[in-house]
Design a binder for this molecule. Structure first.
Ligand code: M6R
Length: 612
């Protein structure tokens, strides 16, 4: 959460910084600020979105070729002008931006107050800038050394960039637990929370590692040291992001664009990994570990939010196809409950961003207990792929809408490929069943394309239910995680309360909620428990609930009892989540649009949850 961007070079910093903030706005959008160093540090910040900041500085002096900028997702201190970043030191000679949480900030703050420092905000970040200034003054060290000493006193997570009035050619950046990418251009350097603000200027980037400090001096080569003063050699990676992936491309919102991208993103995810003619499924990134996974005592899937829902689909697939026991855990719970982990356990961490703090901490915990860790991530070069033993990228392309859509279907696709690959290696699946599933899997991109044609029907249904106060989503088996995902999508972008539930569990409580005002979305595609779900629909109808059913094309039984029916193409039961999810994404999207909600940047949320 929070996006940070910095620049030093021959060009004016403001246009680069503000554009960078727009690109990073998905990370947080309750306030924004900018500091540009010319003779003095000119610092402007305001509550609201990046556009508010852009407006605010219209008549201000933003001249300068070095600067830092920040878009905030509040942790400590409410969103207001004072708590927005950058933060000045008391002398106004230093300005800092920060993404993360300084956990021991209150102790540090008390100490600094007793030493006479005046705080202008309620943030944890402000302690850092005062501490660095205090060290500079009392230890008589340069800025980099002061940052080093300060960071050795800090507990928590940080990605920071600092500028100093006394050294107008220098940016100091450092990270621990929060991401930071450095772009190396022609006589210019960029720093950002991810590569999106950098890619149009340079494709050469360095990913900073935990406890590393970058010393970025105008017209000089990048230097990296650790907070313990060990020199590191910067390793330059080549970015492969397509610039058009960062634009809306004619769609009203990134979310809609990303929903419509799914035929392509699922196809990209399978490319080079699925060969139907030869009957091969192979994920290159995990090949070295395949024996280990195949012989695992059990698989533990750790993730948060939508990625956790994908993990639940994975549980069904691994158990059904590869006959390996699976547990799916919220990373945030797993990390704090002293879980029993054995060396022959394999942990699969799923994350779109690759930066989720809880998932990262859960990985470290499992690693410390000897488990093998496999990552499934979307963002190339992010922290989770670097923290795992092996892994595979989903290749869905940048997902900018805060509500995850194409990343989910890509994660489910990878889990399907992984389960098939393991099943084939283990011999836990017959050859004919293996071929039947991979044949169907290859057709999924075109079937998703077909599914997207339900859009007009969904708009009609959305108009009817846009003012509902509650929704229930029901599914069984593989469709239970789809129900959870549908409910989450509706909650996060339309702010309507929605619950996902296993359909048969409804009678153990939630059935009490049902009356003639309650829309119940039932995912009732062809599956083993189809007859059972019809009984569950009858139970809802008997209590006057309104049924919106997602069914397989040609379905008759559900059509006879449901109030609204949305058809998806027929496919293998194991692949149904890849299709059934699409109408639910569209339903939440259109309801949220009709309610006037902020689609790509829903209130209180951020795309990358880099704080616990
Ligand atoms: O980047 P990650 O996949 O680790 O993110 C996990 C969740 O924060 C994320 O899925 C969140 O739930 C989305 N907003 C859901 O749409």
């Amino acid at each position: 959460m929070c996006g940070i961007v910095a620049y030093v070079g021959p060009n004016q910093a403001y246009p680069i910084l503000i554009k960078g903030l727009y690109r990073l706005e998905y990370r947080g959008y309750d306030s924004a600020g900018i500091a540009i160093l010319d003779k003095d540090i000119k610092l402007y910040k305001t509550k609201g979105k990046v556009a508010d900041l852009d407006n605010f500085v219209k008549d201000k002096d933003v001249t300068g070729t070095i600067g830092i900028a920040h878009t905030r997702w509040a942790t400590h201190g409410e969103p207001n002008n004072a708590n927005a970043h950058p933060h000045f030191s008391n002398s106004k000679k230093l300005a800092i931006i920060h993404n993360g949480i300084i956990e021991n900030y209150s102790t540090l703050r008390e100490e600094l107050i007793t030493r006479g420092y005046i705080f202008c905000s309620n943030t944890d970040t402000e302690v850092l800038v005062h501490l660095i200034e205090d060290i500079q003054i009392h230890e008589n060290v340069n800025l980099m050394e002061a940052v080093q000493l300060a960071l050795n006193q800090v507990i928590g997570a940080y990605a920071i960039v600092i500028i100093s009035k006394d050294d107008p050619d220098l940016l100091i950046a450092a990270r621990k637990g929060s991401p930071l990418v450095i772009g190396i251009g022609e006589n210019e350097t960029f720093v950002a929370s991810d590569a999106t603000p950098i890619v149009e200027y340079t494709r050469n980037v360095v990913y900073l590692d935990d406890e590393e400090i970058a010393i970025i001096r105008r017209n000089q080569e990048l230097k990296i040291k650790t907070i313990k003063n060990i020199d590191k050699t910067p390793y330059i990676h080549k970015l492969e992001i397509n610039l058009s992936a960062l634009e809306k491309g004619g769609f009203d919102h990134f979310m809609l664009k990303e929903i419509y991208e799914q035929p392509r993103s699922i196809g990209d995810c399978m490319r080079g990994r699925l060969n139907v003619e030869k009957g091969i499924v192979s994920l290159g990134g995990i090949l070295d570990y395949i024996e280990k996974i195949k012989n695992a005592n059990r698989i533990i899937i750790i993730a948060c939010g939508t990625s956790w829902h994908a993990g639940l689909v994975g549980e069904y697939l691994f158990e059904e196809l590869a006959r390996i026991p699976v547990e799916v855990e919220y990373a945030s719970e797993f990390r704090y409950r002293n879980p029993v982990i054995y060396e022959d356990d394999v942990v699969i961490a799923i994350s779109q961003s690759g930066e989720t703090a809880d998932t990262l901490a859960a990985i470290e915990l499992a690693k410390s207990k000897g488990a093998t860790i496999i990552g499934i991530c979307n963002v190339v070069g992010s922290s989770i792929p670097r923290a795992t033993h092996a892994g595979t990228y989903t290749h869905a392309g940048p997902e900018i809408g805060v509500a995850s859509t194409k990343a989910f279907t890509a994660q489910v696709t990878i889990l399907t490929l992984m389960a098939l690959m393991l099943a084939d290696k283990k011999g836990s699946i017959s050859k004919s069943r293996f071929h039947q599933i991979i044949n169907e899997l290859e057709k999924i991109p075109s079937k998703v394309e077909e599914t997207l044609k339900v859009n007009d029907e969904i708009i009609r249904i959305a108009k009817i239910f846009k003012d509902s106060r509650n929704f229930l989503y029901l599914g069984r088996g593989l469709n239970f995680p789809v129900a959870l995902e549908g409910a989450l999508k509706l909650k996060e972008i339309s702010y309507i309360h929605a619950e996902g539930y296993p359909a048969a569990e409804m009678k153990h409580g939630p059935i009490a909620l049902i009356d003639e005002k309650m829309p119940v979305v039932v995912i009732a595609t062809n599956q083993g428990v189809y007859e059972k779900i019809i009984s569950n629909i009858e139970e809802v109808k008997a209590r006057k609930g309104i049924i919106i059913a997602i069914v397989t094309e040609g379905d008759k039984s559900v059509r006879n009892i449901a109030d609204y029916v949305i058809e998806v193409p027929d496919t293998d039961e194991l692949l149904a989540p890849l299709l059934a999810t699409i109408p639910l994404q569209l339903l939440s999207y259109h309801i949220a649009v009709m309610r006037g909600c902020s689609i790509d940047q829903p209130r209180n949320l951020a795309k990358s949850v880099t704080v616990e």
